[in-house]
Design a protein around this ligand. Structure first.
Ligand code: ZN
Length: 149
């Protein structure tokens, strides 16, 4: 189990150091800003949809390693999804991070998303990991702003 945790840690650090899809997405069809007052993380998420399909997602902002890694992993995890599959993925990740019971997940199915599971042990950091996902949901709902408080 220690090895798996080391691997997760490495994935988080790697995404924080070299985030995928960081920067303003131009052009984009949706955007939202998310704020996590608990930690001070502030992210903007930009989405370009082609019909119902997410063609590209990028993010900008300032935040801790976990919030940035989560945003980076998210941009790769949701590309190409649309409609109910997209909604289901967002709901699944937020549920897996916030559910009281340890989630029954297949780490191989989850890919790098599994690395985010490590925050479950640190309740104060869970909102860092869910911020980008709430912000994405707000962008898709055209809600503009979201605060995790
Ligand atoms: Zn944070």
């Amino acid at each position: 189990m220690d090895n798996l945790e080391d691997l997760y840690q490495e994935i988080i650090l790697s995404h924080n150091k070299r985030p995928r899809n960081e920067g303003l997405l131009d052009p984009h069809t949706e955007e939202a800003e998310g704020y996590n007052p608990l930690c001070g993380d502030r992210l903007q998420v930009y989405v370009r949809q082609n019909g119902p399909t997410v063609e590209a997602v990028q993010f900008t902002g300032e935040g801790c390693a976990i919030s940035r890694a989560s945003a980076s992993i998210m941009t790769e995890a949701i590309k190409g999804l649309s409609g109910s599959a997209l909604e289901a993925k967002i709901a699944e990740v937020i549920e897996m991070l916030t559910a009281k019971e340890e989630p029954a997940v297949d780490p191989f199915d989850l890919g790098e998303l599994a690395a985010l599971l490590g925050v479950r042990k640190f309740p104060a950091r869970v909102k860092c990991a869910t911020l980008s996902w709430h912000t994405l949901a707000a962008a898709l709902k055209k809600a503009g702003h979201v605060s995790t408080e």
